[in-house]
Design a protein around this ligand. Structure first.
Ligand code: UD1
Length: 355
């Protein structure tokens, strides 16, 4: 197959690493850049173990434009970019907003400039359902009004707008803006999954750490939302399904569609307590939880309408919640401390750093 290389920023992270596996499975060659600020080089080793293929890795920060340009120069066959790298903790973003704007927005400007200088003009951007804020339409179509409610979400929203403006100004650019709903689960191999450093911010990795005994109980943030059990509804999508959505979007860019947005979700919402029950079933015992007050900024319902992605990308989420819970538990129970305990975590010689 005549496939060009794909540059993946943030390819050692949770969604990034699963996407790299699917790219390799689809016979793309992959170059990863990642500054490893919230990930581990061990993820790259495990990608290679799972696929039996090798990946080129550079420890590069998006703010280091010179290093990014050097990567493009060393790999003139890079034809497109999948851009995951970014800071992603909502709570932290309210405390250090300038760091979020600098890393996520300035980093993306520099990436787009480096792409342009090397005549690479196809990009898939890792956006989020957070751009819908508190949506008036459920399930949410891509045409729903946007407007994020915290600095992290605003960086996603601004980057979407920036890429849209670029595609309007320079019609030879093509972009897929992928709005992820809530990723869940782990790789079925059991050797790769989410590897949160510190206390997990998100529901599923927190629950997994309760199950393995690293946390005493789950705090359920509020049971006074207008839902059947009072807890908020989210659309939990299996991470391998989500990863496959990127391959479908990359194929779409070959049609030169300009700038297109897609919801990557299942279309089915689950409450927090339903997820606690589903994961408890996978673990084989009831997991302890306490109802506490609402978390600032949480909205009642974020459920995707994935019809546009289903039709235009010929892609559909297929893995059930039960399977996601089982793969998460398989990963967490086999790797109680995630990737932290692995020896020799330093990446090999492939480091370029000018800043
Ligand atoms: C969060 C971010 C979202 C981001 C996404 C990235 C917020 C408000 N939103 O989504 O912008 O794109 O992560 O993964 O932070 N919950 C508990 N106890 C916990 C953790 C979560 O009850 O310890 C509940 C939350 O209240 C929510 C649901 O579980 O109702 C899902 O939470 P989470 O996994 O953090 O995802 P989001 O908040 O949907």
């Amino acid at each position: 197959m005549d496939q060009k290389s794909v540059l993946v920023t943030g390819g050692a992270g949770y969604i990034g690493s699963h996407t790299v596996i699917e790219l390799l499975n689809a016979n793309y060659s992959v170059v990863i850049i990642d500054n490893l600020c919230n990930s581990s080089y061990e993820a790259v080793r495990r990608i290679e173990k799972i696929t039996g293929k090798s990946v080129t890795f550079y420890k590069v920060d998006l703010l280091d434009k010179k290093a990014m340009v050097e990567v493009f120069k060393r790999h003139p066959n890079i034809g497109s970019v999948i851009h995951f790298a970014g800071l992603k903790a909502v709570g932290e973003s309210t405390k250090i907003p300038l760091d979020y704007y600098h890393n996520n927005i300035t980093g993306t400007v520099l990436l787009l400039q480096a792409m342009k200088e090397n005549n690479v003009k196809d990009i898939i951007f890792s956006s989020s359902a957070t751009v819908y804020g508190d949506p008036p339409i459920i399930p949410i179509p891509e045409t729903c009004p946007t407007g994020a409610t915290n600095p992290y979400g605003r960086t996603k929203h601004y980057i979407e707008n920036m890429i849209r403006d670029l595609c309007t100004a320079e019609p030879d650019w093509n972009a897929g803006l992928l709005r992820y709903f809530n990723p869940a689960g782990a790789h079925p191999s059991g050797i790769l999954g989410e590897n949160p450093l510190g206390i997990p911010n998100n529901l599923m990795p927190f629950l997994a750490q309760v199950a393995i005994g690293r946390r005493e109980y789950l705090s359920v943030f509020g049971n006074d939302f207008p839902t059947k059990d009072g807890t908020p509804i989210r659309d939990y999508i299996n991470v391998v399904d989500l990863a496959k959505g990127h391959i479908a979007a990359l194929e779409k860019l070959r049609e030169k569609p300009g700038c297109v947005e897609y919801n990557l979700g299942t279309g089915k919402g689950k409450t927090v307590l339903e997820m606690v029950a589903a994961f408890s079933k996978a673990v084989g015992r009831d997991l302890p939880y306490k109802i506490v007050g609402r978390r600032a900024g949480d909205v009642t319902n974020l459920t995707a309408n994935p019809a546009k992605a289903n039709e235009e990308l010929k892609w559909k989420a297929e893995v059930s919640i039960e399977e996601s819970c089982a793969s998460l538990w398989n990963w967490q129970s086999k790797n109680p401390n995630g990737l932290e305990d692995c020896p020799g975590d330093a990446p090999p010689e492939s480091i370029i750093c000018y800043i």
